[in-house]
Write a protein that binds this ligand. Structure first.
Ligand SMILES: Cc1ncc(COP(=O)(O)O)c(C=O)c1O
Length: 422
């Protein structure tokens, strides 16, 4: 059976792509190819409708005693329930915020209130700076020591021995990414959470890059906090945090006095982005619908699990094809895991450099041909500096998500060949 036939039984790409109006665009007569998912994915029509329906019909502040305000409360409650299914937690453990970075700065400040000089925090070289700078800033204010878990340069995986050796009785928090937004490495989060807990530390997981690719199960991971951004998995521009109930109750947020002390609301300051929250329910439903088509399911959670199985299978076919094609291009280097036997340890995000061409030049030439791909460090600056590629433009990033096709990958490989040989 060809990869395309396998796909037909799991993901109906024609129906999936038809739901994303943006995918129909053209650039200079070329069909637009969205390989910029790691910077933000496109949204299906149902998300656009949910946002505009909210603004048209329900627009109000929350907590009032009239129709639109009551409907707004229901919109928020529905989205919280949807994200609880998405994370696999209870609804009162779901906190909405502006984005992952803002949520992490806020939680770092609250967590820092309990820390004192001599305490330690562990961050990693692989992480996006949004899971590093908030901790560095808080550590500076509190006199806390920051330690860094290093990587194996050859495959851009975390050096787990190094990481384990830097967790000790003084460690209060381990901040780690689920997957690298630069090179696609998936970290052994469950293991890292166990190491943190064994030492009495909390585990704060940045799942922003992982969420379009893999199932989140905070109950299984047992992490203390996990944060993601819905705009990276087919939803609106917002951040959502899971926090264990005990922590959301115990920690003290910086908040205004009239705001309730009830969780999760005490962590949500000011008026939320209600229209985007309406879009979040639609985005989770979009994912669940993929699962309902792939298998018989009894609950939304089971549907989400089914969706990620189908998504994983398709993305795996995309990675296989992209790696095989790109590696034939002279002078091209792919960073991170390149051994197909280990592809389960990576997601479908490829960091590339080609001798004699800057990432900016490649991104620009691809852009003229209709391919949307990022170049630079995408804030994974700790990694690009460590690998010595920061000063020469970082990487070209090809981000493949489930709405991408094998044909798009083939066209990319052909375009890269053309650019390189010109
Ligand atoms: C891995 C990772 N973490 C954190 C962030 C920051 O997310 P946000 O834009 O929601 O603050 C990003 C954004 O690209 C990311 O890729």
């Amino acid at each position: 059976m060809s990869p395309t036939e396998t796909l037909a039984r799991t993901l109906d790409l024609t129906s999936i792509r038809a739901q994303f109006p943006a995918l129909a665009q053209t650039v200079n007569g070329h069909p637009a190819v969205f390989f910029d998912g790691p910077g933000g994915t496109q949204v299906p029509q149902r998300v656009i409708d949910a946002i505009s329906d909210y603004l048209r019909r329900d627009n109000a502040n929350s907590g009032g005693n009239y129709a639109t305000s009551r409907r707004t409360d229901v919109v928020i409650e529905d989205a919280r329930a949807a994200m609880a299914d998405f994370f696999h937690c209870d609804a009162d453990e779901v906190v909405f915020g502006q984005n992952m970075t803002a949520l992490t700065f806020a939680f770092s400040r609250a967590l820092g209130r309990d820390l004192e000089p001599g305490d330690e925090i562990l961050v990693t070289r692989l992480d996006h700076d949004a899971n590093v700078s908030p901790w560095l800033t808080m550590a500076e204010d509190r006199g806390v020591t920051v330690r860094w878990a290093e990587i194996h340069d050859e495959d851009c995986t975390l050096d787990m021995d190094d990481l384990a050796s830097k967790i000790n009785a003084k460690t209060k928090l381990v901040a780690v990414g689920y997957a690298s937004n630069a090179v696609g490495t998936i970290n052994p989060i469950k293991k890292i959470v166990q190491l943190a807990h064994k030492a009495g530390a909390l585990a704060y997981v940045d799942a922003v890059h992982y969420t379009p690719h893999g199932l989140i199960d905070v109950a299984d991971l047992d992490c203390d906090f996990l944060v993601c951004s819905t705009y990276k998995f087919f939803g609106p521009h917002m951040g959502v945090l899971f926090g264990k109930r005990e922590h959301l109750k115990r920690l003290r947020p910086y908040k205004v006095r009239p705001l309730t002390e009830t969780i999760p609301f005490r962590w949500e300051w000011g008026t939320l982005n209600h229209e985007c929250i309406a879009g979040i329910t639609a985005c989770v439903e979009y994912i669940a619908e993929i699962g309902r088509r792939a298998r018989d399911v009894s609950s939304r959670r089971a549907a989400i699990e089914g969706a990620y199985e189908a998504i994983h299978q398709h993305e795996r076919a995309l990675v296989d094809r992209a790696m095989a094609g790109l590696r034939q291009i002279p002078g091209l280097k792919i960073y991170g895991i390149t051994d197909p036997a280990r592809f389960d340890e990576r997601c479908s995000t490829l960091a590339i450099r080609i001798e004699g061409h800057t990432p900016r030049e490649l991104a620009t030439k691809l852009g003229e041909r209709g391919f949307f791909a990022w170049d630079g460090n995408y804030y994974a600056i700790n990694l690009t500096e460590h690998l010595g590629v920061e000063k020469s433009g970082g990487f070209l990033r090809i981000g493949l998500v489930h709405y991408n096709t094998l044909e798009e990958v083939d066209r990319l490989v052909a375009a890269m060949r053309e650019i390189v040989s010109a």
